[in-house]
Design a protein around this ligand. Structure first.
Ligand code: AMP
Ligand code: ZN
Length: 104
Protein backbone atom coordinates (compact mmCIF):
# COMPACT_ATOMS: atom_id res chain seq x y z
CA UNK A 1 0.00 0.00 0.00
CA UNK A 2 1.32 3.40 -0.98
CA UNK A 3 0.43 5.53 2.05
CA UNK A 4 2.39 8.70 2.78
CA UNK A 5 1.57 8.70 6.51
CA UNK A 6 2.59 5.04 6.87
CA UNK A 7 5.92 6.10 5.34
CA UNK A 8 6.26 8.97 7.82
CA UNK A 9 5.45 6.61 10.72
CA UNK A 10 8.12 4.22 9.39
CA UNK A 11 10.67 7.06 9.16
CA UNK A 12 11.02 6.65 5.37
CA UNK A 13 10.53 10.36 4.58
CA UNK A 14 12.76 11.81 7.28
CA UNK A 15 9.89 13.87 8.72
CA UNK A 16 10.77 15.36 12.11
CA UNK A 17 8.50 13.93 14.80
CA UNK A 18 7.70 16.54 17.45
CA UNK A 19 6.12 14.00 19.81
CA UNK A 20 5.37 10.30 19.80
CA UNK A 21 4.14 7.44 21.93
CA UNK A 22 3.43 3.74 21.48
CA UNK A 23 0.30 4.36 19.42
CA UNK A 24 0.75 7.66 17.58
CA UNK A 25 3.21 10.21 16.19
CA UNK A 26 2.94 14.00 15.75
CA UNK A 27 4.57 16.31 13.18
CA UNK A 28 4.06 19.77 11.67
CA UNK A 29 1.61 20.03 8.78
CA UNK A 30 3.53 20.86 5.61
CA UNK A 31 0.91 23.49 4.59
CA UNK A 32 -0.11 25.15 7.84
CA UNK A 33 -3.62 26.64 7.97
CA UNK A 34 -3.07 28.30 11.36
CA UNK A 35 -0.17 29.62 13.42
CA UNK A 36 0.11 26.20 14.97
CA UNK A 37 -0.93 23.26 12.78
CA UNK A 38 0.09 19.81 13.95
CA UNK A 39 -0.97 16.40 12.66
CA UNK A 40 -1.38 13.57 15.14
CA UNK A 41 -1.33 10.22 13.36
CA UNK A 42 -1.95 6.72 14.72
CA UNK A 43 0.91 4.34 13.90
CA UNK A 44 -1.50 1.66 12.66
CA UNK A 45 -3.12 2.29 9.29
CA UNK A 46 -6.86 2.99 9.26
CA UNK A 47 -8.71 5.17 6.76
CA UNK A 48 -10.43 7.50 9.20
CA UNK A 49 -11.31 8.03 12.86
CA UNK A 50 -14.56 6.06 12.52
CA UNK A 51 -12.56 2.91 11.73
CA UNK A 52 -10.65 2.94 15.01
CA UNK A 53 -12.33 0.87 17.69
CA UNK A 54 -9.44 -0.19 19.94
CA UNK A 55 -9.62 1.48 23.34
CA UNK A 56 -5.85 1.46 23.77
CA UNK A 57 -5.22 3.00 20.37
CA UNK A 58 -7.83 5.69 21.00
CA UNK A 59 -6.34 6.40 24.41
CA UNK A 60 -2.85 6.66 22.89
CA UNK A 61 -4.08 9.03 20.19
CA UNK A 62 -5.92 11.18 22.73
CA UNK A 63 -2.93 11.24 25.03
CA UNK A 64 -0.65 12.51 22.23
CA UNK A 65 -3.22 15.15 21.20
CA UNK A 66 -3.27 16.37 24.82
CA UNK A 67 0.53 16.38 24.94
CA UNK A 68 1.04 18.48 21.79
CA UNK A 69 -1.82 20.82 22.73
CA UNK A 70 -0.18 21.40 26.12
CA UNK A 71 3.28 21.86 24.62
CA UNK A 72 2.62 23.85 21.44
CA UNK A 73 -0.58 25.84 22.12
CA UNK A 74 -1.81 28.11 24.89
CA UNK A 75 -4.45 25.49 25.72
CA UNK A 76 -6.92 26.82 23.15
CA UNK A 77 -7.11 24.84 19.93
CA UNK A 78 -9.37 23.20 17.35
CA UNK A 79 -9.33 19.47 16.68
CA UNK A 80 -10.43 18.21 13.26
CA UNK A 81 -10.63 14.76 11.70
CA UNK A 82 -11.58 15.10 8.03
CA UNK A 83 -13.23 11.81 7.13
CA UNK A 84 -14.08 11.13 3.50
CA UNK A 85 -13.17 12.84 0.26
CA UNK A 86 -16.27 15.04 0.19
CA UNK A 87 -15.42 16.29 3.69
CA UNK A 88 -11.95 17.44 2.67
CA UNK A 89 -9.87 14.34 3.40
CA UNK A 90 -6.88 14.07 1.07
CA UNK A 91 -4.66 11.62 2.95
CA UNK A 92 -6.52 8.41 3.69
CA UNK A 93 -4.67 7.44 6.85
CA UNK A 94 -6.43 8.66 10.01
CA UNK A 95 -5.06 11.94 11.34
CA UNK A 96 -6.10 14.66 13.77
CA UNK A 97 -5.45 18.27 12.85
CA UNK A 98 -4.54 20.28 15.96
CA UNK A 99 -5.01 23.94 14.98
CA UNK A 100 -4.36 26.96 17.13
CA UNK A 101 -4.26 30.64 16.25
CA UNK A 102 -6.72 31.79 13.61
CA UNK A 103 -4.19 33.19 11.13
CA UNK A 104 -1.12 31.71 9.47
P1 AMP B 1 -6.61 16.09 5.11
O1 AMP B 1 -6.98 17.07 4.03
O2 AMP B 1 -7.49 16.18 6.33
O3 AMP B 1 -6.52 14.68 4.57
O4 AMP B 1 -5.19 16.54 5.61
C1 AMP B 1 -3.99 16.09 5.08
C2 AMP B 1 -2.95 17.04 5.57
O5 AMP B 1 -1.69 16.44 5.42
C3 AMP B 1 -2.91 18.38 4.80
O6 AMP B 1 -3.12 19.45 5.71
C4 AMP B 1 -1.48 18.38 4.20
O7 AMP B 1 -0.92 19.67 4.20
C5 AMP B 1 -0.75 17.43 5.12
N1 AMP B 1 0.40 16.76 4.54
C6 AMP B 1 0.45 16.06 3.38
N2 AMP B 1 1.67 15.54 3.18
C7 AMP B 1 2.41 15.91 4.25
C8 AMP B 1 3.78 15.68 4.64
N3 AMP B 1 4.62 14.97 3.89
N4 AMP B 1 4.20 16.23 5.80
C9 AMP B 1 3.36 16.96 6.56
N5 AMP B 1 2.07 17.20 6.26
C10 AMP B 1 1.61 16.69 5.11
ZN1 ZN C 1 -1.19 4.52 6.21
Amino acid sequence: MDCIFCKIVDGQLGTELIAENEHAVAFWDIKPLAKTHILVVPRAHTKNIAEITGAEELAGLHSLIREVAAKFTDGQFRLQFNSGELEGQTVFHTHAHVLSGRTV
